[in-house]
Design a binder for this molecule. Structure first.
Ligand SMILES: *Cc1c(COP(=O)(O)O)cnc(C)c1O
Length: 462
C-alpha cells in the first residue's frame, strides 16, 4: 500500500514514510492509492471481536511495511491505556446510540488516534535510529492528547505552546502535570493565534526544521485518520443487524473524525448518511447545504475544540469529490488563498449531499440539548456531543439506527454543562487525581525568536 498526495506532487511512498512525512512535501495531504474494501461476510466475521481485534483487521489493510506481530503489539499497547475494557463503548439512551470516545487518558476522542501515533512514531524512529522533535500549539485538547501520546517515548521530544490562562484549568493541568523529561510545556503570554504563528514561523525555517527534525502531530497525519476508522466499524458491529445501514452524527471541526467515517463507508461499511454537525463556526454546513465554502472569522463557542474556519482534512474528501484529480484540488486551494473561498458547481454540491447532510447548532440550542437530554435520560452530554445530538434530532428521521459520536467527557467542559443544568458535574477519578500534583511549565513572550532560543537551549542541554 502506497500513499499519494492530494496535490499530485510526490512519488507515492510506503505507510511508514507517510507517517513520518505528516503533511505531504507538496503541501497536499496523504491518502492511500486505493481504499481497501471488506466483504459483508468479513464484516460479519468480526462480530463479538474485541476493539483491538477490529483495529488490527482494519489497520493492517492499510499497512504492509510493519510485520503483523509488531502491528498487533502497537495496537495492544495503545489501547491498554483506556479505562473502559471496550475502549469505545456504545450506550443507548432514548433511542440514540452514543459512541463514547472519551475513555482515554485526557477524556477526549483525540486520545484514540494520538496514543497510536505516539507508539508508531517511537517504533519507526527506533528502527531507523532517528530522533524527532514535535512542535505544536494548542487551545486545549490536541496538546494534552499529544503530550500523553508521546510522554516517555524514546527518540521524541515534544514542545507544546498554549496561551497562558486561556485553556480550561483541567486542560492546563492535563498538560503541565506531565513531568517526563521529554515533555516541554510553554505558556505564552498571548493568544492561541500568537502560539500558532510562533510555531508556523519556526516550521517555515527549513534549515531549523531539518536540524531539529521538527515534526507535527496535528490532524493532517494519515495515521490519526486511520486509527479513527476503527471505531466506526466497531460501533456498527455493536448496533446494526447484518447488512443494515446506519447514520453517524459527528461533531465536526477539522473534518478529521468525519473523514474517517467516510473511509469506513468506502471500505464497505453499510452507512446511509454522515451527519456533519457544526457550532456557530459553520463553514462546512454552508458548504454542504449550499456549496458556499467561504472563510469568515472564528467565533468563540461552548464547544471550543470545533472552533475553526478552514477545515484542514476537508482536502482529503475533495480529492474524491473531484474524481481524484489533483489539478482540480490545486485549483480549489489556489482559489481559497486568493479569494478566501472555494466554489463548487451544482453537480459537485449534489454529490456532496449524497454522502453528507449538515446542520449548525448555536449556543442556546446546545445548552437546551444538554438540559433536555439529562432530564429525559439521566445522561450528561458534553457541549461538543450535544451539538451532534441536536443536529441529528433535526436531520435524522425514520427507523435507521442513529449513532452519535461523543467526543469528550462532560467534566472536561463543565462550564457549559453547569450553565445548562445548574448542577456541578461529577468529577471522574482521572481529573480528581490531577489536583495538587506538581507541575512543570515554562513561560515565554509571544515572540518566535524567544521560542527558537528556548528550543536550542533545551535540546543542547538534553
Ligand atoms: C477535535 C475535537 C472535535 C472535532 O474533531 P475534528 O476531527 O477536528 O472534526 C470535536 N470534539 C472534540 C471534543 C474535539 O477535541
Amino acid at each position: 500500500m502506497r500513499y499519494l498526495s492530494t496535490r499530485g506532487g510526490i512519488t507515492p511512498i510506503p505507510f511508514k514514510d507517510a507517517v513520518m512525512m505528516g503533511l505531504a512535501d507538496d503541501g497536499g495531504l496523504l491518502l492511500p492509492e486505493t481504499i481497501p474494501t471488506f466483504t459483508p461476510e468479513e464484516l460479519e466475521s468480526w462480530r463479538g471481536s474485541s476493539y483491538q481485534d477490529v483495529a488490527f483487521a482494519i489497520i493492517s489493510r492499510f499497512v504492509d511495511d510493519i510485520p503483523a506481530h509488531d502491528l498487533r503489539q502497537l495496537i495492544e499497547r495503545s489501547y491498554a491505556t483506556f479505562s473502559h475494557p471496550g475502549v469505545t463503548p456504545v450506550v443507548k439512551k432514548d433511542g440514540v446510540h452514543i459512541l463514547e470516545l472519551f475513555h482515554g487518558v485526557t477524556l477526549a476522542f483525540k486520545d484514540v488516534a494520538l496514543q497510536f501515533l505516539g507508539n508508531l512514531f517511537e517504533y519507526i524512529l527506533a528502527e531507523r535510529n532517528e530522533t524527532m522533535t514535535i512542535l505544536g500549539a494548542t487551545s486545549g485538547d490536541t496538546g494534552s492528547a499529544a503530550i500523553h501520546g508521546v510522554r516517555g517515548k524514546k527518540g521524541i521530544t515534544i514542545f507544546i505552546l498554549h496561551p497562558e490562562g486561556k485553556t480550561s484549568p483541567v486542560q492546563a493541568l492535563q498538560m503541565t502535570s506531565v513531568l517526563d523529561a521529554n515533555v516541554h510545556n510553554i505558556a505564552v503570554s498571548g493568544t492561541f493565534d500568537d502560539c500558532q504563528d510562533m510555531v508556523k514561523s519556526l516550521m517555515g525555517d527549513l534549515e531549523f526544521k531539518k536540524n531539529y527534525s521538527l515534526g507535527a502531530v496535528n490532524s493532517i497525519n494519515w495515521a490519526r485518520v486511520l486509527a479513527q476508522v476503527v471505531y466506526y466499524v466497531y460501533a456498527w458491529l455493536k448496533v446494526a443487524a447484518p447488512g443494515q445501514k446506519v447514520i453517524f452524527s459527528v461533531p465536526t471541526g477539522n473534518f478529521g473524525d468525519i473523514f474517517a467515517g467516510y473511509v469506513a463507508w468506502q471500505m464497505g461499511l453499510p452507512v446511509e448518511k454522515l451527519l456533519l454537525a457544526t457550532n456557530e463556526n459553520n463553514i462546512l454546513t454552508r458548504c454542504i447545504t449550499s456549496g458556499d465554502y467561504s472563510v469568515g472569522s472564528v467565533v468563540q463557542t461552548l464547544s471550543p475544540s470545533m472552533d475553526i474556519q478552514v477545515a484542514s482534512n476537508f482536502e482529503r474528501y475533495l480529492f474524491y469529490l473531484f474524481d481524484r484529480n489533483p489539478a482540480r484540488v490545486k485549483e480549489a486551494f489556489a482559489q481559497l488563498k486568493a479569494e478566501g473561498r472555494i466554489t463548487f458547481n451544482s453537480g459537485e454540491t449534489a454529490r456532496m449531499q449524497q454522502k453528507f447532510c449538515s446542520a449548525s447548532v448555536d449556543r442556546e440550542q446546545t445548552l437546551q440539548t444538554i438540559g433536555n437530554f439529562l432530564a429525559e435520560t439521566g445522561y450528561l452530554l458534553d457541549p461538543h456531543t450535544a451539538v451532534g445530538v441536536r443536529a441529528a434530532r433535526e436531520l435524522a428521521a425514520g427507523d435507521t439506527p442513529l449513532i452519535c459520536l461523543s467526543t469528550a467527557h462532560p467534566a472536561k467542559f463543565d462550564e457549559a454543562v453547569i450553565a445548562a443544568t445548574g448542577k456541578p458535574v461529577p468529577v471522574p477519578e482521572s481529573i480528581a487525581k490531577l489536583q495538587g500534583l506538581p507541575t512543570r511549565c515554562d513561560r515565554l513572550p509571544a515572540d518566535q525568536q524567544a521560542l527558537r532560543e528556548y528550543i536550542v537551549r533545551t535540546m543542547t542541554a538534553s
